[in-house]
Each structure stands twice: as structure tokens, then as C-alpha cells.
Design a protein. Structure first.
Length: 620
């Protein structure tokens, strides 16, 4: 949550800061600001209560120059989205300027202490407390009348962060040192980009693309002391450490709209390719199984797994639910699905032959990270199913599987979801083949998996029809989404997509559960979306559909064959191609993604940046 950028070098900082903030805007977009400094000048700050485009416009009127600068795009936690609460924040009469990601849990006690010492606050944020605290520590480090030195700033940073409880990614400028930038990390990611006579900082790699390919991922409790021609990394417990300079992965390439109106639409249309990427190199036809390079478990350990825990949040939790059906059905291993936010505080009795998979697009979700850490602490092997290479979860897990879906920018997850399901299907096949699943069954599953990209491509052909259906229902205030077995999570995901981007209240349920309560919501103004492809539960879902029709509720049905029974009953029917039931959630999700997209457009909503949301949820 929130995006940070920093620049130090010989060029003007502003162009990098602004382009970086634009690329990070998906992390938070309720206010934005930058600060710059040049030799023998004061720190200049521009902040807006609005988006980066508004910051850009403000800077057209009031340009800011200087080869040192920091910037921030905010997702409000402490205090509303106002100009005063926007970052960067000044500390100690502007001796210190900083941008902060994360949450400082003990900010109130620190604030009263600083107020007692005469510091004045202009915002309600926890971040301004850090700015004043660093300024106070700087004063203490400098002592009376001493010449200011860079080492005083480093000492002040170390003293200040030693007093913080909570999470932070910080970039800090010091008025007396226009050739110094300090970055510090604890629980909130920061990457340093290494250039020639210039260095960059960002909260993920996207701002660095096109500026440098050499990067250092800061670890927790490290600070980077950054000068135009040199970077020193210090660790709280180990002192100076050698920075591990890595090469920016090609997957982090710049994500542009490429002619699409929105990232969400582009990402929906990318799914044939992203699914292909998830499959690439992972099918082993000769042994009728899948293969993964990074699980870091021996075959014997894999065979010994007695239980699997799948955890995640939001859409990734929905993937986990599908994973539950897949692994139990294909591999016969007991699976538990847990919200990461609950798992982190539970103390489930877990034996040693349990592996825990954290499913996450961003690899930065605070709850998922904390749940995996907790499971790891208890001795369990933790694995990540993750999209973002080098993200915190990818680095901290004991092993894992990358999705290779490419950057997902739209806040509503689409292609990451279908890639997660593709990977989980292969995982279930892999576990199954290590146990009872026959060679023939494995071959059949592989044939279906290999068909997926082309089946999804074909499914996208429903877009025009979905657009027409969206126009009929865009004014509804409530929607129900209903499906069973593999398509129960599909229903949950369909409902989440609609509420996230169109702000329509939507509920997903297992179709049969409806009569235990939600059926009370059915009336002529509440559309129900039924996922009713052929399969073992087809007849059952059809009965549930009839129950809704009997109560006058409009029905949109998703079917996978010419279905006279459904066609007779439903108000609108969307056809998807046939595929085996365990892959239906991937295919059936496509019209649901398009339906939300089209309805959100008709309602004039900001599809890629829906209100109150952010792409990476790095706070608890
Ligand atoms: O990056 P993650 O997959 O860990 O994110 C988890 C959720 O925050 C995320 O799926 C969220 O629910 C999306 N906005 C769904 O579209």
C-alpha cells in the first residue's frame, strides 16, 4: 500500500519521481506529493489531495528542480486523504523530509513525547511522527554546535527506527546534505536501483524499468545510505553488509495499455497468453505429470505430505478454495483453506507432514506474509504461489511456484486468478501422480490443461453478448452469484469482481445454500448469475435456478453446451466452451470478469482504480 520513490544523482529528480509515482499509483491513489532539494536551497514540497495526474498539473504551474528528491502516492490509513496528510512530511523545522509506507503502531506515545518537546504537527498521520523523531534524533546525534556530518544522519536514522513498532519503508532527505538519501525497511518493501552517478529507490521494481537493470532488494532491518556514486547497506544486527546486486527480471517490463482502454480489459484479454506462460515448461507428458523447479522438497518428502494448508486473501483466497477441490479430488490429500488474516492469529494443531501454500499475486500482502511467517516459525514448510518475482513472500517462503503472468496493474485481479488456478491444477496433478492417480488419468488431465489457452481465447468471444447483457442489468442494486462444487468459488470471485469495481452489492453462494437464507433477497430487481455447466452437479444447480425463477428473479446463466432447459428458464444465457469440470472455474470466470467490467463502465466507475482499494494490501 502506498508507493515510494527516491532519486539522487546529477539529473533533475522530478521526471523520475513523477513517472515512478505514475507506475506505483496502483498501490494507492488518494493523494500524492514530492519533495526536492538542491545545493544551498531549502527543501521544496508539492502535495495534492488527489491523483498523480493532479500532482503533475500542480508541478506544471510550480516546477521543482534539484538532483535529490522523494515522492509518495498514498492509500490513507491514519487521517483522511487531505493535502496535509499527504507525504512527504517535514520533521524538525524541515531539517528532515520523508515518505513512509506501513503503519507505526506506537505513534501516539511517540507523538505525545515529541509534542512535549515542542514539535508541532500539521497532519494526523503516523508518518509525520517519524519525521519529527528522526529530526530529534539528529539533534541529539549532532550535539551542541558540532559540524553536521553524514554519520550524524545515519546515527539519527538508526536511533529513530530502533524506537518504532510496526512496519515501515522509509526514504529520508536531510536539508544539510543534498547528496544523501537514506532508505530503511522493516516489513514494507524497498528496492534500490543502482545507476551510474545516480541511484534510485522505489517500493517495487516498476519505477526502475528503463532507468537501471541493477537492483538491490533491501531486507528487513537494513538501511541503505545512498550517495550519487555509492551505496552502503547496514543491518541492525550485523553492521555493514555487502549489497546483493541483482538483475531486474525481464518480467518487470514496463506495463503499458497497448491500445486498451483500461488495464483490467487488457489483462482479461491477456489470459490465453498468461495461462500459456503458467503452463510453459511444467508439463511432463512422458510421466503424465507436472514438474516444478522450486518446491525445495525431496520426492520422499512430497510423498509424505499428509495435509495441505492453502492460504491467501481476496481473490487469492478464492483460488485457494478451488485448490481445495482440485487437490482433494486429484491427489486425495486433505486440504484446509484459511483466510491468511485468520490463520496468522490461530493456533491450529498442525503436524509435521503439513505444507502451507501462500497464494498471492503481489507477494506483498501483509496478512499472507504474516501467516506464512507464523507457519514457518512452527516448523512447517512454506511455499508461495506468487506472481511478482523478488517480492517479500517469494523471498521469504521456503520455495514456490511463480505464475509468470506479467505485471497485473488493474486493482481487480483477473489474469493472476486464472494463472493461480492453472498452477493449482498442475500441482494437484503432480501430487496425484505421486500417489494413486493413473498414467491414463494424468494424460487426460494434461490434454485438458494444454487446451486451456485456446479455450480461453474462444471464451473471450462472448464479450459482445456480455456487453449487451450488462446494459440490461447495470442499474441493479444487488446481485447473487451461484454455483456448486468447483464453481462455488467461481461464484464468490464473480461477486467480488462486481462489488470491487462497480460498487454494486453482490453475494456469492454455493447454489444450494441459497434456500437457507439468501433466497429472501430474490425479487424482480435482483439478478442471479448461475454458473451451470455440465457435470456432476448440473441437475442440482438447475433445480436451484428453477427456485429463483419461481420467485420472479431474473437469471443470467452461464452454460457450456446448447441447453434447452436452461434457455427456457433463464432470461439471458452466456455460452462458454466445454472443458472438464476441474478447469471450469478458469473458463467460467472470463464472462464474469467481462460482466463486471462492462457494468462498471456503464456506471461511470474508475475500473482500474476503484474507490477505497489498492492493489497491494501491505497493512494489516
Ligand atoms: O496480491 P494478493 O493476491 O496477495 O492480493 C490479495 C487481495 O488483496 C486481492 O486478491 C484483492 O482481493 C483483489 N483486489 C481482488 O480483485
Amino acid at each position: 500500500m502506498c508507493g515510494i520513490v527516491g532519486y539522487i544523482g546529477s539529473k533533475d529528480a522530478c521526471p523520475f519521481l513523477l513517472s515512478g509515482l505514475q507506475r506505483l499509483e496502483y498501490r494507492g491513489y488518494d493523494s500524492a506529493g514530492i519533495a526536492t532539494l538542491r545545493q544551498s536551497d531549502n527543501i521544496r514540497v508539492t502535495k495534492v489531495a488527489g491523483r498523480v495526474a493532479e500532482l503533475d498539473a500542480a508541478l506544471q504551474h510550480k516546477p521543482m528542480a534539484g538532483p535529490l528528491g522523494i515522492g509518495h502516492t498514498r492509500w490513507a490509513t491514519h487521517g483522511a486523504a487531505t493535502q496535509d496528510n499527504a507525504h512527504p512530511h517535514l520533521g524538525g523545522s524541515a531539517a528532515v523530509t520523508l515518505a513512509h509506507n506501513g503503519v507505526i503502531e506506537n505513534y501516539e506515545s511517540l507523538k505525545s513525547e515529541l509534542v512535549g518537546k515542542g514539535y508541532q504537527f500539521v497532519s494526523q498521520t503516523d508518518s509525520e511522527v517519524v519525521a519529527h523523531l528522526v529530526a530529534e534524533c539528529l539533534k541529539e546525534a549532532q550535539g551542541d554546535g558540532a559540524e553536521p556530518e553524514v554519520q550524524h544522519c545515519v546515527d539519527a536514522m538508526q536511533a529513530a527506527i530502533a524506537r518504532l513498532r510496526g512496519t515501515y519503508g522509509l526514504v529520508v532527505m536531510f536539508r544539510e546534505f543534498p547528496d544523501l538519501l537514506i532508505a530503511a525497511r522493516c516489513g514494507s518493501p524497498l528496492v534500490v536501483g543502482v545507476g551510474k552517478q545516480e541511484q534510485f529507490v522505489a517500493s517495487d521494481t516498476s519505477p526502475l524499468v528503463g532507468f537501471t537493470e541493477r537492483i538491490i532488494y533491501l531486507a528487513d532491518h537494513q538501511i541503505a545510505v545512498i550517495r550519487p556514486d555509492n551505496i552502503q547497506v547496514l543491518h541492525r544486527d550485523h553492521g555493514r553488509v555487502r549489497p546483493d546486486i541483482q538483475t531486474l527480471s525481464s518480467q518487470s517490463q514496463d506495463a503499458s495499455l497497448e491500445g486498451y482502454e483500461h488495464y483490467m480489459l487488457k489483462e482479461i484479454y491477456e489470459q490465453p497468453q498468461s495461462i500459456q506462460n503458467a503452463l510453459r515448461g511444467r508439463i511432463d507428458r512422458d510421466n503424465a505429470t507436472a514438474k516444478f523447479g522450486g518446491l525445495n522438497l525431496t520426492t520422499q518428502q512430497l510423498r509424505g505430505i499428509q495435509r495441505v494448508i492453502l492460504t491467501g486473501c481476496g481473490t487469492s483466497w478464492h483460488s485457494a478454495l478451488v485448490g481445495d477441490y482440485l487437490i482433494e479430488e486429484l491427489a486425495r490429500i486433505p486440504v484446509e483453506v484459511e483466510y491468511a488474516s485468520e490463520l496468522r492469529y490461530r493456533n491450529p494443531p498442525v503436524d509435521h507432514d503439513t505444507v502451507v501454500f501462500g497464494i498471492t499475486q503481489s507477494g506483498e500482502t501483509a496478512d499472507t506474509l504474516a501467516a506464512l511467517r507464523e507457519m514457518k516459525r512452527k516448523g512447517h514448510h512454506t511455499l508461495a504461489i506468487c506472481n511478482v518475482i523478488g517480492s517479500s513472500i517469494a523471498q521469504e517462503a521456503d520455495g514456490g511456484i511463480y505464475l509468470h503472468a506479467g505485471p497485473e496493474i488493474g486493482v481487480a485481479s483477473t489474469k493472476a486468478f486464472t494463472s493461480q488456478l492453472t498452477v493449482l491444477s498442475m500441482l494437484a496433478l503432480y501430487f496425484g501422480r505421486l500417489r494413486h492417480l493413473s498414467f491414463e488419468a494424468g494424460q487426460r488431465i494434461i490434454t485438458q490443461l494444454e487446451l486451456l489457452p485456446q479455450v480461453v481465447e474462444q471464451t473471450l468471444g462472448c464479450h459482445k453478448q456480455v456487453r449487451e447483457i450488462a446494459a440490461k442489468y447495470a442499474d441493479a442494486s444487488n446481485f447473487l452469484y451461484l454455483g456448486r462444487k468447483f464453481n462455488f468459488p467461481t461464484a464468490l470471485e464473480g461477486a467480488l469482481k462486481l462489488k470491487e469495481i462497480s460498487y454494486i452489492h453482490a453475494e456469492g453462494y454455493p447454489a444450494a445454500e441459497m434456500k437457507h437464507g439468501p433466497i429472501a433477497l430474490v425479487d424482480e430487481n435482483t439478478p442471479s448469475v448461475f454458473i451451470v455447466p455440465q457435470g456432476t452437479v448440473y441437475e442440482k444447480v438447475l433445480s436451484n435456478l428453477q427456485e429463483v425463477k419461481a420467485r420472479g428473479g431474473p437469471v443470467i446463466a452461464i452454460v457450456d453446451h446448447e441447453d434447452p432447459q436452461v434457455t427456457k428458464l433463464a432470461d439471458d444465457v452466456i455460452h462458454i466452451p466445454e472443458i472438464e469440470d476441474f478447469l471450469q472455474p478458469i473458463v467460467a470466470s472470463i464472462p464474469l470478469q467481462l460482466l463486471s467490467y462492462e457494468i462498471a463502465l456503464l456506471r461511470g466507475c474508475d475500473v482500474d482504480k476503484p474507490r477505497n482499494l489498492a492493489k497491494s494490501v501491505t497493512v494489516e
